[in-house]
Design a protein around this ligand. Structure first.
Ligand SMILES: Cc1cc2nc3c(=O)[nH]c(=O)nc-3n(C[C@H](O)[C@H](O)[C@H](O)COP(=O)(O)O)c2cc1C
Length: 299
């Protein structure tokens, strides 16, 4: 797809992110606690890993990039995700870190979807899910690394939710309409995302987030945001606009490639410290207290 000029959702998203400004409030403020309770577990921060796939071994090191960032997530006590892969690769990851949610592709081969989800459950995954934003390609349904994708109905998604008692996460929600359908089928979380710009002119996740938050009021569906989350300030803005957590993405790759587990840990630590600094500087002691009253939008 030609994502040149202004249609590139990555550029639109970054511009929108940078148009949101933060107002400090120091008096009565204290050092913030960035830990969070999420889907029944306590994590050290609301920063999460991306659902990546197809990363090689960097620098000739023992583990591939997927395994290295999964180890780092475990050592940082943050929630881990992984994307398209076969069961043997998933087993390696979940053995390194069982706080991992497996995002399964919308394969046309329905048996493969069921097999990968059941495998994840028996291997000890924290959750399962699907990236619904990878269904279509320019010639109809997409073909991803030789595998055909297909449309997903609410009945199909509901059947995946009913497959196990694991939390089910729908990745690639970017409309109030899809968010409401996710609540209806019993998803425990959604990832508000355009999958690093799969749709030209896609609305920035932070732009659509307040509407999604409002639509999910009264449900127990957790909201994670990704796309162009690079710093603690980006995480702060996502939380202030209604997210429960935010996942980093390609911003992590240089640290991963250069220094593996220790590089990713350093990046996650730095991002968490930036978040804590901003929470202290805006008067929010806990993640669940953060709200949009401190945000200003450049017009
Ligand atoms: C190398 C790579 C592989 C990815 N593989 C998957 C995948 O298999 N499944 C998925 O849902 N998303 C996948 N993604 C998308 C990410 O999970 C995430 O949505 C995206 O990178 C966020 O945008 P950002 O990188 O601009 O922050 C992949 C991204 C990259 C860079």
């Amino acid at each position: 797809m030609d994502y040149t000029r202004l249609s590139d959702a990555n550029i639109i998203t970054k511009k929108y992110m940078d148009s949101i400004l933060i107002e400090p409030r120091y008096i009565d403020s204290v050092k913030a606690d960035i830990s969070v309770d999420f889907l029944g577990e306590t994590f050290d921060s609301p920063i999460m890993m991306p659902a990546f796939s197809h990363l090689g071994n960097y620098g000739g090191r023992e583990h591939n990039g997927l395994e290295e960032y999964s180890i780092a997530a475990g050592e940082c006590n943050i929630l881990n995700f992984c994307g398209m892969m076969e069961n043997d690769q998933f087993k390696k990851i979940v053995d390194l870190n069982n706080k991992t949610i497996r995002i399964v592709k919308p394969y046309a081969d329905h048996e493969k979807v069921i097999d990968q989800m059941q495998f994840a459950k028996h291997a000890g995954a924290f959750g399962i899910g699907m990236d619904i934003d990878h269904i279509f390609g320019e010639n109809g349904y997409d073909v991803v690394v030789g595998e055909d994708m297909t449309a997903q109905s609410m009945d199909m998604l509901r059947s995946y939710v009913e497959l196990s008692d694991l939390p089910f996460v729908v990745k690639g929600v970017l409309s109030v309409s899809d968010a409401k359908k996710c609540a209806d089928i019993g998803a425990k979380a959604i990832i508000v995302s355009h999958h690093h710009g799969r749709v030209p002119y896609a609305v920035p996740p932070l732009y659509i987030l307040p509407g999604i938050k409002e639509a999910l009021k009264g449900t127990d569906v957790k909201i994670i945001v990704d796309c162009s989350i690079e710093t603690g300030a980006d995480v702060f803005k996502a939380l202030a606009l209604g997210a429960d957590a935010a996942a980093v993405g390609r911003s992590m790759l240089p640290y991963l490639e250069k220094d593996g587990v220790s590089g990713v840990k350093e990046y996650i630590k730095k991002t968490g410290e930036q978040l804590r600094y901003l929470m202290g500087s805006t008067g929010f002691g806990r993640v669940c207290d953060i709200n949009d009253s401190v945000l200003h939008h450049l017009s």
